[in-house]
Write a new protein. Structure first.
Length: 238
């Protein structure tokens, strides 16, 4: 699955003799894959369809996620990353940034899909925005998260992200009932893995979907890291 993992984002370098564009620095981002195990032998994952008006991957089905925010460094958490998760994640970022990336994945999932991975439920259900949930005692559950993949957008892309993909069980959500309205995602739905692979997906999302069965069967499965070095796509394991 390595070859073509970025095939819908353009080539790594221009092939028509034109000057190489100045690379855009990738922004740290995080994504959360929530897995529902209620149907034995047929796990489902949460996915959302991006708005067709977006200039970056319009109408594609993706996992909830987005850019890291300065507030993610300061947000209190109910549990911390497991040692093995932190160790792998810190191969890509210093400890404080690693924890903030995990927090970003939880926050973005709440803001885009209305689902919250937290240790304690808020005192009033259906409470509104992220800050209100935190103020009412919802403590993000970092312990529930596994670090499952990393992917850096190609150098010639107009928007670049250094994305870390996390995975958590739906059992760790405070509720399967969505709160509020989603943001960038037009539709939210649960799909079995084979159903998800039939959707209109970014190729990086497809690559990560293929990793999920191995991760579910073996939590110590190596973490793939996709990036470009000297114009060539490289896959290493963390």
């Amino acid at each position: 699955m390595t070859l073509g993992a970025y095939d819908d984002m353009g080539p790594a370098t221009p092939g028509n003799g034109s000057p190489r564009p100045r690379p855009v620095r990738p922004r740290d981002a995080a994504t959360l894959i929530i897995v529902d195990h209620r149907q034995a032998g047929r796990p489902k994952v949460l996915m959302g369809r991006r708005n067709g008006r977006h200039d970056f991957m319009p109408d594609k089905w993706v996992f909830p996620g987005g850019r890291i925010d300065p507030s993610d460094f300061r947000t209190p958490h109910g549990t911390d990353l497991r040692p093995e998760t932190a160790e792998r994640l810190q191969k890509t970022a210093p400890p404080a940034r690693a924890r903030a990336l995990a927090m970003a994945a939880i926050r973005e999932t709440f803001e885009e899909a209305g689902l919250l991975l937290a240790k304690a439920a808020p005192t009033r259900p259906g409470a509104g925005p992220w800050r209100e949930f935190l103020a009412q005692g919802a403590l993000p559950d970092l312990e529930a998260m596994e670090f499952v993949a990393r992917a850096v957008t190609p150098p010639n892309s107009p928007k670049r992200f250094d994305a870390r993909f996390f995975m958590a069980s739906a059992d760790r959500l405070i509720s399967l009932e969505r709160q509020g309205d989603c943001g960038e995602l037009n539709e939210i739905a649960w799909f079995a893995l084979d159903e998800a692979l039939e959707l209109d997906l970014p190729s990086v999302t497809r690559f990560v979907l293929h990793e999920i069965p191995a991760r579910l069967s073996n939590p110590r499965h190596p973490v793939p890291s996709l990036r470009f070095t000297r114009g060539k796509q490289q896959l290493v394991h963390l």
